[in-house]
Design a protein around this ligand. Structure first.
Ligand code: ADE
Ligand code: ZN
Length: 305
């Protein structure tokens, strides 16, 4: 299998229904159903928000350090099976803090799993953009005692209505701490979100970025500065950012010479891990081995380590 890096992966998005059930039983929590297939049957999404509603609901089973350890360890085993040599993993501390799960528990479990990992891996702390900039700043300051436990910050959750410019200050603080900066932009939001991520947040990678293709000047900027885009094909189809894989802008992005990488985003929800995304491109878009090899090489080039 071609060696690759995975650069756009939400660890909470790897929570398979079987683990939801196992953790609910272990933590004595109620669930609407304890049948993994019935949980999976709900995964028919109209857009990003309809996915996020279920994503936040399911992750309520994550309570203890052991839960976070088991979640990350399961992903890292699968990543190794999928040819991943390097994983830069998003996590959403605010989604746990609001449920009363302290940072110590989240960092404790995740960093222990990464220490035991069969593949090179690091964490990127994401701010939930729909919870605003003030809370993001509080969370970053609260996370600084765990500074050794993460290499960067990102921006995720509901995009439209929460432009990158709102988060200028917290990204400045992150920069002063020597953290890498990335942001989801251009998934559902327009090219203006990608411009802001570049010009105001000074990100070194753009997560998704597919709507950048609507703006030729932006495409030129991304190409000239070799700014990596972490594209997630199966996610885009399942969240209806594109009507089908055949309609995806990925081939056009490659034609434009952009530094595109392929990633799984939330594989437990979108029907495949990272190699499954590569295989879907081969099967449904007729991408050649050479094209897939280029995408894999891009991912290793775009990794922070
Ligand atoms: N959180 C988890 N997956 C996400 C996505 N695809 N976009 C925005 N926020 C997310
Ligand atoms: Zn994402």
């Amino acid at each position: 299998m071609r060696p690759k890096a995975e650069l756009h992966l939400h660890i909470e998005g790897t929570l398979e229904p079987e683990l939801v059930v196992e953790l609910a039983l272990r933590n004595r929590l109620e669930l609407p159903t304890f049948d993994p297939e019935a949980i999976r049957a709900r995964y028919d999404f109209a857009d990003l928000q309809s996915f996020l509603d279920i994503y936040y609901e399911n992750m309520a089973v994550l309570r203890t350090e052991q839960d976070f350890y088991d979640l990350a360890a399961a992903y890292l085993r699968r990543a190794q099976d999928q040819g991943v040599r390097r994983a830069e993993i998003f996590f959403d501390p605010q989604a746990h803090l609001v449920r009363g799960v302290p940072l110590e528990v989240v960092f404790g479990g995740l960093t222990a799993a990464l220490k035991d990992s069969p593949v090179s891996a690091d964490l990127i702390l994401c701010f939930l953009r729909d919870r605003g900039a003030e809370e993001a700043e509080r969370v970053l300051r609260a996370a600084l005692p765990y500074r050794e436990g993460f290499i960067g910050v990102g921006l995720d959750s509901a995009e439209v209505g929460y432009p990158p410019s709102l988060f200028r200050r917290v990204f400045e603080i992150a920069a002063a701490e020597g953290l890498h900066r990335v942001a989801h932009a251009g998934e559902e939001g327009g090219p203006d979100y990608v411009w802001e991520a570049l010009d105001i947040l000074h990100v070194s990678r753009v997560d998704h970025g597919i709507r950048a293709m609507e703006d030729p000047a932006l495409v030129a900027r991304l190409r000239d500065e070799r700014i990596p885009l972490t594209v997630c094909p199966l996610s885009n189809v399942r969240l209806r950012a594109v009507p089908s894989l055949q309609d995806h802008v990925l081939p056009a992005m490659l034609d434009e010479g952009l530094l595109v990488t392929i990633n799984s985003d939330d594989p437990a929800y979108f029907g495949g891990y990272v190699e499954d995304n590569y295989r879907a491109l081969q099967r449904e878009l007729g991408m050649t081995d050479d094209q897939l090899d280029l995408l894999a090489r891009n991912s290793l080039e775009a990794a922070f380590a």
